[in-house]
Design a protein around this ligand. Sequence first.
Ligand SMILES: Cc1cc2nc3c(=O)[nH]c(=O)nc-3n(C[C@H](O)[C@H](O)[C@H](O)COP(=O)(O)O)c2cc1C
Length: 357
Amino acid sequence: MVSETTERKRSHITTALNRDVQAHVSTGFDDVSLVHNALPELDREEIDLACELFGHKLGSPVIIESMTGGTPIAAKINATLGRIAEELQIPMGVGSQRAAIDDPKLAYTFKVARENAPSALLLANLGCPQIIKEDGIDRAKAAVDMIKADALLIHLNALQESVQFEGQTRFRGALGRIRELSSTLSVPVLAKETGAGVSREIAVSVERAGVKGIDVAGLGGTSWAAVEYHRAREKRRTRQAHLGLAFWDWGIPTAASIVEVARSTKVKLIASGGVRNGLHIAKAIALGGHYGGLAMPLLKSVSKGDKEAKENLLSVIDELRTAMFLTGSKNLEQLHKCPVAITGKTREWLVARGLLS
Ligand SMILES: Cc1cc2nc3c(=O)[nH]c(=O)nc-3n(C[C@H](O)[C@H](O)[C@H](O)COP(=O)(O)O)c2cc1C
């Protein structure tokens, strides 16, 4: 007998792979130009992409975003992504571990990530409705222990839970729990959106609560309102389907969200949500981010095989290196300071929010 959660996890993967679930508005990366350096005083091969996160040395600032677990197909995906994370020495997130905490028989679908990535930085994952439960602290500890995680991501997915017909919309008390977790867990805690972005105000409050990192997961890539719209339609849940359509493009575009968080906090900033190539990551770093994360492109390539997923990431790294060469940035610190021109809607957003004059 397949549990409701297992079935939901399977349907998230198939819906994401087979339906149109992209936001219809831009991430804003098109509004951001890195100023070309016609005479970079360096050799492309001497460019250093190395960096660190929570004491782990990384091969490059690219992150495999949290995606899945809790269903047999997810075990295969997590095993493949784990192998690649290990080989390229990049961090990897697993999907929400709620399924395996409720049903320990499913823990293997997450543990395969660690089995295949013994030394890579792994990020555990739980949502707000889980951590606010009475046993929320124990749940978080169990998620970390399950994959011997190096950090815990708390996902903030109020939009998805609102549209999902089985959604859990209890969020009261989440900030207090994030504070409690930040001071009690043995690993760093990060806050992560899932496609609607993080504002300056929320960034400041979670930093005050003790998080050591924020993954903005902004608008412009995978839309969770869209994923849940398709699922609601299949189940003839008309009201939820209407909600999904109305909120398809809700959120803070990724480029704007990066600036919101970078200008207001000192935490490690992961830029994700519509990151589709290494140039996007270069722009994200020049805007103030530290790392770039991809979900959907990796889900698509991993479904074709190990080789495709690794090739995808190697291309992203190559594009990032090229952007660094063309801006004369020898390392990520220099890319961080590289001049950028911000135009269009992203500029308008930042001016309206008082982040640019
Ligand atoms: C199939 C799938 C499952 C996901 N599951 C989770 C999850 O369990 N927890 C989470 O924090 N984010 C989850 N995400 C969100 C991603 O981590 C990411 O924030 C979002 O998809 C935006 O990135 P993208 O535009 O590159 O897809 C999932 C994404 C996909 C595509």
